[in-house]
Design a protein around this ligand. Sequence first.
Ligand code: PEP
Ligand code: MN
Length: 333
Amino acid sequence: MIVVVKPNVSDERQNQLIDWLKGMGLGVHISTGEFNTVLGLIGDTSKVDIDLIESLDIVDSVKRVTETFKQCNRKFHPEDTVVEVGDVKIGGGNFAMIAGPCSVESEEQIVGIAKAVKASGANLLRGGAFKPRTSPYDFQGLKAEGIDLLKIARQETGLPIVTEIMNLRDLPLFDDVDVLQVGARNMQNFDLLKELGKTDKPILLKRGLANTLKELLMSAEYIMSEGNDKVILCERGIRTYSDYTRNTLDLSAVPMLHELSHLPVIVDPSHATGIARLVPPMACAAAACGANGLIIEVHNDPLHALCDGAQSLRPEEYTALAKKVEKIREALA
Ligand code: PEP
Ligand code: MN
């Protein structure tokens, strides 16, 4: 249930209302907007008397939120959430350009790519240290050493780092990581989500290979219900019967998620298509349909990449893509 408070109500009267609501055993999520404060009531609201709340002179309106996702629901929080990572803002009118290799392979590789993507306008560096591979015989990532190398690249370039956490037991290694990625395969690892909800780290939550938007939002809810509201949603392609691409990029997810939720939505055209030459057109399409950013795989030597070389752009291809995306954003502004 949401309670919209009238504009210009004193803090004292608003706090009295909040205390009264809490006295009914409800959690109260406060969202302060430019004009109105919205109170999200969490818990069993079945016995709450809507008419009584609505009769209060400081209350504008009261609505029941019928969806099972509450905290990520736009009805709860009408304004876009902007997640801040250092000086970088993700969401609202800001556009995040996250780029880097699928996996961190060496200091030279990650620092070289970080410098190149920064020069092309990327504002965050991605790179996998822990890699979820289909085959246990494939490169599994440099793990802790990979995170150390990402930190070196951050030091060299100033770019905040984004890297995937696969397992709760690795959490201490991520203390100094800027954005923790939950990969598609872990989107419904509820214990992991709950634990990340107890941190104050921005979480990049990727949609699972066969998950609905509601399931994605419920996973965001797992993180937010533990107190962490810095969640960034990511559409990265889903499994369909399409035969020539790795996945199918569900771009309609972007405007639909914006309608349903206030969280930022970014797009990963690399894993969605699996083919480097398809990444630029799909990146442009994502920018055109309102995505709040792109996460793109870039490698200095795709032919020798230890993971996902086929979908990785060369730095100069990324530069050209970044320019096109910029033009599309200007055209839409
Ligand atoms: C990745 O970003 O490196 C990755 C493994 O992505 P996904 O979880 O979307 O497959
Ligand atoms: Mn990859």
